[in-house]
Design a protein around this ligand. Structure first.
Ligand code: 3PG
Length: 308
């Protein structure tokens, strides 16, 4: 029997794959502390996570039978990949499967900050009619700066272009995108030119703190920052200060440096639209990532190992 431990919620259709497999025993245990996971993980051959569970080197060291760590989603920053590889444990993820959801969330964020949707709704719920307070701006003909132009960044570019936006991108390697006119430029230039800057990078030692005080200061006066990637890419204190001093017009933040214990002061700022890392949380996306990681994990285990 393949023993599979699921430590972050997966959709039922993914769990169904394990239920129907005659050679699988699986358990779901959500919200475990590091110590609890160290205790729990010993007999399991696979552990499946989303972004909440941290698979640390200590957990990997304690995992006596672990062959595969499956990440239902794209970001691997919550897994000590080096420690896993050193121990010969395969790390699988599902890059691209949640791109439609994250790209749509990004477009929703653009509209939310440009048209003050969240704040206007909040005042309506208080019985107010503050039409004059919520003058917005149009996305049409504005410049969108896409920082990191992989699958999600490209999808955002296509949707934003269809809305009449001009697209500039910053990406380490050359970007190929035949169906959208765009300019690939340096990061500093992008920050100076864009009316909206949207981040689509994975978190790594290279991207951590990429947008600090200096970079935020380069952003155009009254521009907006959209972050649906990882909170740690932006210096939150510096961002708050640029919002407070009126340099930036606003920010839409779906991700924070610390989750779930997020920066309350930043989220409470009137210029910020804050959401709790829901970029990939759609019915369709969760079904896709769950099924994909369940299939990949089983395929890997079955092709490499036989446990009786
Ligand atoms: C990802 O890296 O796939 C996204 O950030 C989604 O994270 P989640 O699975 O915790 O929603």
């Amino acid at each position: 029997m393949y023993k599979i431990l699921v430590t972050d919620p997966l959709r039922q259709n993914a769990l169904q794959i394990f239920e129907e497999a005659p050679d699988v025993h699986y358990e779901t245990h959500y919200g475990l502390s590091e110590d609890e996971l160290i205790e729990k993980i010993k007999p399991f051959n696979a552990v499946l996570v989303r972004s909440a569970t941290q698979i640390s080197a200590k957990i990997i060291a304690a995992a006596e039978n672990l062959k595969v760590i499956g990440r239902a989603g794209s970001g691997l920053d919550n897994i000590d990949v080096k420690a896993a590889e050193k121990k010969g444990i395969k790390v699988l993820n599902t890059p691209g499967t949640n791109a439609p959801a994250v790209a749509e969330m990004t477009i929703a964020c653009l509209f939310a900050v440009a048209r003050n949707i969240a704040r206007a709704d909040h005042t309506m719920k208080q019985g107010l009619w503050e039409k004059k307070a919520f003058s917005g701006i149009e996305l049409n003909e504005r410049t969108l700066g896409i920082v990191g132009c992989g699958t999600i960044g490209k999808s955002v570019a296509r949707k934003a272009y269809a809305l009449g936006m001009q697209i500039v991108v910053y990406n380490r390697s050359r970007v190929e995108m035949d169906d959208v006119p765009f300019e690939q430029i340096g990061l500093d230039d992008l920050l100076r030119r864009a009316d909206f800057v949207s981040l689509h990078l994975a978190l790594s030692e290279e991207t951590r703190g990429l947008l600090g005080d200096r970079e935020l200061a380069l952003m155009k006066k009254d521009s907006y920052l959209i972050n649906t990637s990882r909170g740690e890419i932006v210096d939150e204190q510096a961002l708050l200060s640029h919002l407070e001093k009126g340099h930036l017009a606003g920010a839409a933040l779906d991700v924070f440096c610390n989750e779930p214990d997020y920066n309350k002061q930043l989220a409470a700022n009137a210029k910020v639209v804050a959401t709790p890392h829901i970029g990939a949380v759609t019915k369709e996306s969760q079904e896709r990532v769950g099924v994909r990681i369940a299939d990949l994990t089983l395929e890997f285990l079955r092709s490499k190992y036989i446990f009786l």
